[in-house]
Ligand binder design. Structure first.
Ligand code: GLY
Length: 344
């Protein structure tokens, strides 16, 4: 035998700090990559740093922009003893995470998420990616940031639809992992709508620690982490076709996944209704337009094997399960469902 099998387990060394961004010390030789809107507010904070300002949106996650980031690193001589501080939402950290993983085979990354979605989900757990041939996240890697700095004050200026986009991911993790977080959200609907920072911080902290529990067991999407994909197989189609924020598409995807779960995984109707009621209490638009389910996006979904669709379903709150379907079975379910009445 030429090689012995070598097991490499990820060293989970991301530190997550809840603190004000202005209290976070940025070294003179750190590189800062920052969302354009955030930069306008913080422009005097990094007088000596090399700064790259980018506009966060899904188009940002392209090969061309990746090339621009590499050029910025190379032109300014980024070395392994510098940090790259990425300040922005999930689309920015997806691009920069991939750039940092591949440049010099890995440079230090510090994430400062500025949206609820990136605080609760995108910045936690090391996933990064760019889009390719209209497929979301087709090219990417797992690369943990050294630190994540969470300053919930950024939420004060977050647009409403982006706030609810992040909240959908928090509700998702409650559905698949924690009945008690689900109850806390149910009991605090009004306070969440009013942006009560005490309540939000508590919910966010729980959601992050639940996600970390999963990442520590399954860093590379082999089992438990797949559960975080609940609703996402369909969400990616809605997101692209309807041009809506990720979490709002996830809410629609969850609606469809609940329907399939009721029919194929024994999800009790009252649990399905409780979940739908919670989304309705926050006025999510759960309407499904079946024409917007893009078969190509589904079959290229990154968790798919060549002819197996790993669909995450729900047996009950906290009890997700994976259903393996070949492409024909999968297409049949979608076809049948479009004839049923899904909550609109
Ligand atoms: N956003 C899902 C995950 O990190 O696995």
């Amino acid at each position: 035998m030429l090689f012995n099998k070598i097991e490499i387990s990820p060293l989970l060394l991301s530190e997550i700090h809840f603190m004000g961004f202005s209290e976070f010390h940025i070294n003179d030789n750190d590189f800062v990559i920052i969302d354009k809107n955030v930069f306008n507010k913080y422009k005097y904070t990094f007088p000596t740093n090399k700064v790259l300002i980018l506009e966060s949106n899904e188009e940002l996650k392209s090969f061309n922009n990746l090339k621009n980031v590499y050029s910025f690193f190379s032109k300014n001589n980024l070395h392994k003893d510098n940090n790259v501080v990425c300040v922005g939402g999930g689309t920015l950290s997806d691009l920069i995470g991939f750039a940092c993983n591949s440049y010099l085979r890995g440079v230090n990354l510090i994430l400062v998420p500025t949206t609820l979605l990136s605080m609760a989900d995108a910045s936690i757990g090391g996933k990064n990616a760019i889009n390719f041939q209209h497929i979301k996240n087709l090219i990417g890697s797992y690369y943990l940031p050294k630190k994540v700095i969470i300053d919930i004050n950024f939420l004060k200026t977050l647009q409403e639809e982006h706030f609810f986009s992040g909240l959908a991911e928090i509700i998702k993790i409650a559905i698949v992992k924690s009945k008690s977080l689900f109850l806390i959200i149910q009991q605090n609907i009004e306070q969440i709508k009013l942006l009560n920072f005490g309540v939000l911080a508590e919910i966010l902290e729980i959601a992050i620690s639940l996600k970390c529990e999963i990442i520590n067991i399954d860093f590379k999407d082999e089992n438990q982490r797949l559960f975080l994909n609940f609703g996402h197989t369909f969400a990616h189609s809605f997101e692209l076709k309807e041009n809506i924020p990720h979490g709002l598409a996830v809410a629609k995807g969850i609606n469809l996944a609940l329907e399939i779960s009721e029919k194929f995984a024994g999800l009790p109707t009252n649990t399905k209704n409780d979940i739908i009621d919670l989304f309705n209490a926050f006025n999510y638009n759960l309407k499904i337009n079946y024409r917007n389910i893009n078969k190509l996006a589904l079959t290229k979904d990154k968790k798919h094997l060549s002819n197996t669709n790993k669909l995450v379903l729900l047996e009950n709150l906290e009890i997700p399960k994976i259903m393996n379907l070949n492409n024909d079975e999968f297409n049949q379910i979608i076809k049948d469902l479009s004839k049923f009445k899904v909550y609109q």
